[in-house]
Design a protein around this ligand. Structure first.
Ligand code: PMT
Length: 400
């Protein structure tokens, strides 16, 4: 049972809209409070009255109608949602959301929500397999939308293939399980480091690396989506500040160490996805270094290994590290897991296409403290982040 959760359910215009009625009914039986928003074309398939009767709440079909209960309806509903579900999600609505178009009540409300969004696509097979639809779905998955894969079978258009809306029971089961994990990290403080450090050479130059922050920011967002209080210690990154997350911006490894240590005693979990420079110039020149000789020698000194220090200091905290390797991935990652006293390490071979620095996907192997290794396929960084957060939740459950 899922008593008291508020689900905002969008219904878009496809023949599977009739099955959405059963979804609402099952969600109600599971104890959820359901508000339905219909697109104009959805009302051609099922009447708003049907959804009003089943949900017991007013149904919104028009952005401009007199508000019945809420002041600015789309904002009020968007912030009331514990979860946002669209059943069926047509190619048109998926495309609009992926393209940032908000031109009706459904798309404006999705845009304004911070709740997890679940789409259950249903459409003709060719429309579903069309690369445009597939790219739109991949884009939405990449930024954390949950997609319930359509089933295969005979479609209303007479074609056999994928594109069928899964059975309402399957959709509702997924929703209930998401609602349960949504608060899995409530009451936990989690610190993530992201992006690369910059070690100054002179006032205009630095030693740096190619880390964009994408992996670390995805982890911060996935943890916040499970209810954790998240502190993101970030090196320079062009990514926007994620909503609801405290961001501490740093530049050098020394600054990152200071920011991390300031929080360490009060956090439950640390994930170090940042690419920290192992060495820095011994002296940063006060003035821009002039071009004089044919060669220039920089004297580098070792930076503190922040993660290793955390491993020595740790009490109850879970410590998760990353290993970015170009050779002997497993041997090096395993060595770091042991030497830095970690609970888990995420190893990425950054030479693989689709893995590593400054792209939207990653290919990782997760190595647990007990030596168990799990290999993940190429996934969006957000999907990788969700799997890592799942594993952290499982570790916390085991330790209680
Ligand atoms: O930011 P993106 O563009 O999305 O790229 C993601 C990523 C490739 C940077 C990420 O997936 C990743 O692998 N991060 C770790 C990069 C790294 O520095 O790995 P490492 O093997 O050198 O370090 C091992 C671990 O020790 C890391 O958790 C690192 O944060 C930590 N470390 C390293 C050196 C140091 N002086 N202090 C540290 O804390």
């Amino acid at each position: 049972m899922s008593s008291g959760h508020t689900i905002v359910m969008g219904v878009s215009g496809g023949i599977a809209a009739y099955k959405a009625v059963d979804v609402v009914s099952r969600l109600k039986k599971a104890g959820c409070n359901v508000y339905v928003i219909m697109t104009k074309s959805a009302t051609e398939f099922v009447t708003p009255l049907t959804f009003r009767e089943i949900s017991g709440n007013p149904v919104i079909t028009d952005m401009w109608e007199e508000p019945k209960t809420w002041n600015v309806q789309h904002i009020a509903l968007a912030s009331r949602a514990d979860l946002f579900l669209i059943v069926p999600a047509t190619a048109n609505v998926i495309g609009k959301i992926a393209g940032g178009i908000a031109d009706d009540m459904l798309t404006t409300t999705v845009m304004a929500t911070t709740a997890p969004v679940v789409l259950a696509p249903a459409m003709n097979t060719n429309m579903f397999l069309n690369p445009i639809t597939q790219q739109n779905l991949a884009k939405l998955k990449g930024i954390g939308y949950h997609i319930i894969e359509p089933a295969s079978g005979m479609l209303a258009c007479g074609i056999e293939g994928s594109g069928r809306l899964p059975e309402p029971a399957v959709i509702v089961e997924k929703i209930i399980s998401l609602l349960h994990t949504r608060h899995a990290l409530s009451g936990k403080r989690l610190l993530v480091t992201a992006a690369g450090t910059r070690e100054p050479i002179d006032p205009v130059r630095f030693l740096g690396n190619r880390s964009s922050g994408k992996m670390g920011y995805a982890l911060a967002q996935a943890a916040a989506a499970r209810g954790a209080e998240v502190i993101l210690v970030s090196g320079p990154s062009s990514l926007p500040t994620p909503p609801g997350i405290t961001v501490k911006r740093v530049e050098t490894a020394a600054e990152m160490r200071e920011a991390v240590l300031a929080e360490f005693d009060t956090v439950d979990i640390v994930i170090k996805a940042a690419a920290v420079a192992d060495y820095r110039p011994e002296l940063a020149a006060e003035q821009k270094i002039k071009k004089t000789g044919d060669t220039l020698t920089l004297n580098l000194v070792k930076n503190p290994d922040i993660l290793r220090e955390l491993g020595q200091r740790k009490k109850q905290q879970l410590l998760i590290g990353f290993a970015a390797e170009t050779e002997d991935l497993m041997a090096h990652a395993h060595e770091k897991l042991i030497n830095k006293n970690l609970d888990m390490i995420v190893a990425n071979d950054v030479t693989l296409p689709g893995a590593g620095f400054n792209i939207d996907t990653n290919i990782v192997k997760v190595i647990h403290k007990n030596g168990v290794v799990e290999e993940l396929p190429q996934l969006s960084k957000y999907q990788v982040a969700e799997i890592i957060i799942d594993k952290i939740c499982a570790m916390l459950t085991k330790s209680t």
